[in-house]
Design a protein around this ligand. Structure first.
Ligand code: ATR
Length: 285
């Protein structure tokens, strides 16, 4: 843990998180550990607010250097920004805002976060079939990362609401036309032959639910759950039981925060220190 509080003085720069609820957010721990470890005179505070417009004018008036955005504001915040990055526009959601010369600029650092967290498995997923569960904002960031930064063979989508998956497919189809994007129904899931499976849905978040049956998994799969609470979701436990390689959401959480931290401060986050503190916190919960 951070051994003492950051010394706050008249020059301390404020960074923030806005969302609701945010009580369980790990972002304050991640960023304050980093500020402290690098000796940066800044603090990161989480603000629980549903009034996005007022909160943002407050941030601007008070000279907040940048902020993270979480549920339920990741889409709506776009309306209040001066500029939005190409990928955040295409994904349709912003999780990081930087203040540059009085302008708010929006980014989606989930793309970098997912890309970096998957790097150790690059060779294993090359030219392979991928199954993405879900079609919300996280799925769109994952697909953007897979299409642009990895050479996967084909991407299948399964989502409770079919239209949302079809919309995703139509929005992303032209980016890399040689990577087919296809919707699959739940009946087709067992016979897909997908090697890499990613759960981007909230099913399993703080619960014991799972979107697929235990016999869906096999030992040759690489199975990724974006959820980090709990660290071992039922989804990952089923996969692990077959001998599959499993990846939880902690690395992506840290990597997306590291990308935000760099955009705000131009400093490299001390990732190992952050991970150590995070694991202590998560283990103690
Ligand atoms: P995020 O930004 O985290 O992706 P989101 O955009 O609200 O959040 O997307 C949530 C995803 O979880 C969606 O794919 C959603 O399915 P729908 O598009 O059908 O809503 C999926 N999801 C959430 N609860 C679910 C449930 N109980 N069963 C199946 N899918 C669920």
């Amino acid at each position: 843990m951070i051994d003492s509080l950051i010394e706050i003085n008249g020059s301390t720069q404020l960074y923030a998180l806005i969302g609701s609820p945010i009580r369980h957010s790990l972002s304050p721990l991640i960023h304050n550990t980093s500020f402290k470890s690098l000796g940066i005179n800044a603090v990161f505070l989480a603000f629980d607010s549903l009034d996005l417009k007022e909160a943002l004018s407050g941030f601007k008036a008070l000279g907040v250097g940048g902020f993270s955005v979480t549920v339920p504001h990741k889409v709506a915040v776009i309306n209040y920004l001066d500029e939005v990055s190409f990928e955040a526009k295409l994904i349709g959601s912003v999780n990081t805002v930087v203040q540059k010369r009085g302008k708010w600029i929006g980014y989606n650092t989930d793309v970098v976060g997912f890309t970096k967290s998957l790097e150790p498995f690059r060779k294993n997923i090359e030219n392979e079939k991928v199954l993405v569960l879900g079609a919300g904002g996280s799925a769109r960031a994952v697909v953007f990362a897979l299409i642009n930064n990895y050479d996967v063979g084909e991407i299948f989508f399964y989502n409770r609401t079919q239209e949302r998956a079809l919309q995703l497919i139509s929005d992303f189809a032209s980016i890399k036309p040689d990577v087919p994007l296809r919707f699959v129904s739940s009946d087709a899931l067992p016979n897909l032959g997908a090697k890499f499976i990613v759960n981007t849905t909230s099913v399993g978040l703080a619960s014991e639910e799972c979107l697929v049956r235990p016999d869906f998994f096999d030992s040759k799969m690489i199975v990724y759950d974006l959820i980090y609470d709990p660290i071992k979701t039922v989804f990952l436990r089923y996969a692990h039981a077959t001998g599959a390689v499993t990846i939880n959401g902690l690395d992506m959480l840290v990597e997306q925060a590291a990308a935000a931290f760099y955009l705000w401060t131009e400093n490299i986050m001390p990732i190992e220190t952050v991970k150590k503190n995070l694991l202590e916190k998560v283990d103690n919960q």
